[in-house]
Design a protein around this ligand. Sequence first.
Ligand code: DPP
Ligand code: ZN
Length: 853
Amino acid sequence: HVTIYAKDYEPPKWWVRHVDLDCDLSADKARIRATLNVEKNGSHDRPLVLAGDGLKPLTVQVDGADAQWTLEGDNLLIELSGEAHEIATTVEFDPSANSQLMGLYASGGLLCTQCESEGFRRITFHPDRPDVLSTYSVTMHADAKAYPILLANGNKVSEGIGEDGRHWARWEDPFPKPSYLFAMVAGDLSANSGAFTTMSGREVELNIWVREKDLPLTHHALQALKDSMKWDEEVYGREYDLDLFNIVAVDDFNFGAMENKGLNIFNSRYVLADSETATDQDFDAIAGVVAHEYFHNWSGNRVTCRDWFQLSLKEGFTVFRDQCFSQDHNSEAVKRIEDVRLLRAIQFPEDSGPLAHPVRPDSYIEISNFYTATVYNKGAELIRMMRTILGEKDFRKGSDLYFERHDGQAVTCEDFVKAMEDASGKDLAQFRLWYSQAGTPTVRAHVDASGSGAVLKLQQDIPDTPGQKDKQPMAIPLKMALLSRQSGAELVEERTVMLGEAEQTVTFEDIAEADPILSINRDFSAPIILESDRDDEELAALARVDGNAFARYEALQELNLRALLPVIRGETVMDASKVIAAFDATLSDERLDDAFKAEAIMIPSEAMIGEKLATIDPDKVHAARQALGHEVGKGLTEKLEQMYGRERPAGDDLSVAAKGQRALSNQLLGLIASGDPAKGARLAKAQYDGARNMTERQGALTVLVSLDGAERGAALEDFYNRFKDQGLVLDKWFGLQARAERDDTMDAVEKLAEHPDFTLKNPNRLRALLVNFASNQWVFHHASGRGYDLLARMVIEADKLNPQVAARLVPPLGRWRRYTDARAKLMRAALQRIEQADGLSKDVFEQVSKSLG
Ligand code: DPP
Ligand code: ZN
């Protein structure tokens, strides 16, 4: 397998100015005739190289005449004599046999495409690299009954009836785009349609295309699309550019969704929702993904990536944009807390393991493996830090300059930073290290105060990561304040301190209190691990009085960890008193909203606790976390039950307040059950039976699945019978059981893998069982190694169908260095078994070989 290096980038030898496709489509046969207008870039005598993947050319013509060609591996080579030519090729393949879900494939009676990153080469021969931008025209022919709707990028310019019950439609996209943004869909679809009038007064037609029976489930997505269009105009001054915006929902999809120009294709889980079948979280995720894909129209499509090493250029920026959109439509602090929790649960482990890579990677074997939390979520943190450093005004100036300067171009992360620099006049030289140095920095913070002033001492340390050692200090923006221990008032008002040296001190004069409390990395202004020597009293005070909601949450998390870690290390028995007092104060604080309280009383996950340990013993982590939950549940019984008993909002009320109330209610139920399982089971079963929406139902079932007793089985059976015909809800049924914290979950998951409704062919179903299972730390790391065995078997099986999805299951096994010896050995053995499987894809090979290290 070949490693591709960023440093080897060369501009394309040939441009493709226009692509014309003629596509004859049926479920088991697609015939694609492509006409490419190519133009030599500079002067050279190199042949035209067109990438293919599994394609054989049936015809190859140059300027209308049959031409000489050769196949080199999968690539088509054509010698050309002049500066510009018209190249025509024909290929044929079977979409129904495409289980990789890349290129053109069949899903639930539809034909649809997925081309990012390198799927277009599975449809036709083409350079298929993001720096080759072309206009496209596409003619689709298909059976009119089976495929009444024919969609592609851009605008439909003509359509007609063909012979033998077939029809055709012709689409043109006037905006030059890279091939990864190509899309077409054929199927029996119905649209929920709407309209949006842009800031310059243009009317845009909006359609959410689904199966007819799913139409009632599309209102939320349509509203989210309108909200996104408005938000991008208001916040970034970005207007939509075509007269039509289509979204199509498909059931079998590798990603969450795809931003194809004018024709977004979505995993149906990020489109379909009503309150009976989707939780509040699902609704929020839908709005977030609709926004994300819509925002790509500028950050990704109008300005795209020069090469795939620049992936974070579009993904980091667009994640940041969708995070801010969601912050503006929900509780700002709570959204931030959720995003940071995700970063810590997924990106931090990635950044400290064998698959660690910079936000702008230096090399890859298979680019699909780099659609990671580092590129996406850490990438978003980089953009957020730039906004913090520049301030909102200059950041907007920078984004305006970026879009203006690079509209219609394929550019680099460097171009983005340069635009920010040029617009603001701020020097971001050192900041650029965030793009090239992997690893999560640790920052140590300490305050010395004398009664007349205070000194903040900061220290940073960047860990070694694979292929990178002895790193340079980074530019780390730390939002901080010093608070009065008595009143919580800000003795030093919030400011951003730039930490740029390995060690640095900041002096504050005229601080009369000898004992101020440090509030730092407010709003998680930098993606770092903070180590501070604040004592428990300081943390308790911060949890109570810090004016920054995020910092309050952090103080609570830290108090939890301080209760847990010494118990896990065997140094002491559980003392939950400080956590109980802090939770109590938080729950009683009337200034705080319910959504925040729901976050605040969440005990850190086993994964997050594990991150704090040099060597993880999952049994000990589990036992300690259970013990803390039990103590807290017992210690706060009265308050938890009283708050849990409050009246609930209407079942279909999706207001921010109602969502917050339900989130809190479900967290309270969880803690009650931790304190008193029997009572928890009764209450949860009652909530389940009386549930008026999926948030209440799933909240109850989440608690029940980890408990014993008759209620559990009854609720699980009811859930299955109620929803067995609704794939997205059945996914929840698999996922909930895989997350159950029970000593028989291992058995249950093995059985579920044999369940008639389980399939490796549908990525949502596969992830529902296996991703949830592999993130259920205590169960996955079953001392017998059965968890590793199961995952290894599933990776090998899934790889035969869909390498991309299979490769994404590997990282949990790659964490072996962090586990106790016996487990580490078993994990390595599982990786080795995968490595030795016949016909391993390069996707899985890359993940496994790097994981073994
Ligand atoms: N570009 C997609 C997204 O992140 C993934 N293919 O939106
Ligand atoms: Zn994206």
